[in-house]
Design a protein around this ligand. Structure first.
Ligand SMILES: C[S@@+](CC[C@H](N)C(=O)[O-])C[C@H]1O[C@@H](n2cnc3c(N)ncnc32)[C@H](O)[C@@H]1O
Length: 280
């Protein structure tokens, strides 16, 4: 079969299996197996693929067809323009979260450039490490309750040459972090346990500990809201990604704890997704 024929038949197979963006998935997997850039496939549409290239591709296509996330099969994910290792040890980073980093950098870069930053629930480390690359003078710590996630975050730090600069620490929220923090950023689990049956096959490959936070989904965010004032420096900021429909109640929780300058931001699909506030 030629490259083009393989792409066409894989796309058809993915369509039947209800895989979103079937052609794109086919191109990513074939490029991965051939160790090429996706765009370079277009230069070799007519090339015949030997069995030695088709066999590993078939295996990956089968796994993708049964719902394994593309990023797990590729072993990497793009986040804020950089490549991070990605596997079942932590949540697959989402595009919304890139927006959280972009908002912080575009609005507050001069404020956070020399600050102490903690990324709570760091997962694969994408937020902490992206901020470290944008703010070379900032002191940055990533925390997670999952030792598996922390291992992956440390591998990503190594890969990006940040192992000496960003510290990853096992902690239940902020418990084991030193106080006096300028910015607490968090994309904590925010899915309701009631929504489990509505999740896609792909999402169910994320670790449970990275997804669920009680019946309403906002349990951990609420705990962080209650905890953060004792860790923030006066005027310090809490910046969080939250779930759909959670903003009103969480903004009220912030107000009740005497935070000030409480504001929300929408993601690119128009959903209120980010919640910010200052304390003291
Ligand atoms: C939604 S994932 C986000 C991962 C990463 N920040 C990202 O944006 O891709 C939430 C992370 O919070 C961690 N987590 C869950 N409960 C926690 C807790 N009590 N304290 C610290 N981290 C926690 C999970 O292990 C998971 O890595």
């Amino acid at each position: 079969m030629t490259v083009l024929e393989v792409l066409q038949s894989t796309t058809g197979y993915f369509q039947k299996r209800n895989i979103e963006s079937p052609r794109l998935n086919a191109e990513h997997l074939l490029a991965h197996v051939l160790a090429r850039k996706r765009i370079d496939l277009y230069l070799e549409f007519e090339r015949r693929l030997p069995e030695s290239e088709l066999t590993p591709l078939r295996e990956l296509v089968k796994r993708r067809g049964s719902g394994e996330p593309l990023q797990h099969l590729l072993g990497t994910v793009e986040f804020c323009g950089r490549s991070f290792r990605c596997d079942k040890r932590a949540l697959v980073p989402r595009p919304e979260t890139e927006q959280l980093v972009e908002l912080l950098v575009s609005r507050f870069k001069s404020e956070i450039a020399h600050s102490r930053i903690v990324d709570v629930g760091t997962g694969s480390g994408v937020i902490a490490l992206s901020l470290a690359l944008e703010c070379p003078k900032a002191e940055i710590v990533g925390t997670d309750i999952s030792e598996d996630a922390l291992m992956l975050a440390r591998e990503n730090a190594e890969r990006l040459g940040l192992a000496e600069r960003v510290r990853f620490l096992q902690s239940n929220l902020l418990e084991d972090v030193l106080a006096g923090v300028d910015l607490i950023v968090a994309n904590l689990p925010y899915v309701s346990t009631e929504d489990r049956r509505n999740l896609s096959r792909e999402v169910l490959h994320d670790p449970e500990v990275a997804l669920f936070a009680g019946v309403l989904g906002d349990e951990l965010v609420r705990q962080l809201i209650a905890q953060a004032p004792s860790w923030l420096r006066p005027g310090g900021m809490l910046a969080m990604e939250i779930g759909i429909g959670q903003s009103e109640n969480l903004a009220a929780a912030l107000a009740e704890k005497n935070y000030r300058d409480i504001w929300t931001e929408k993601d690119y699909s128009g959903v209120i997704r980010f919640l910010f506030a200052r304390y003291g």
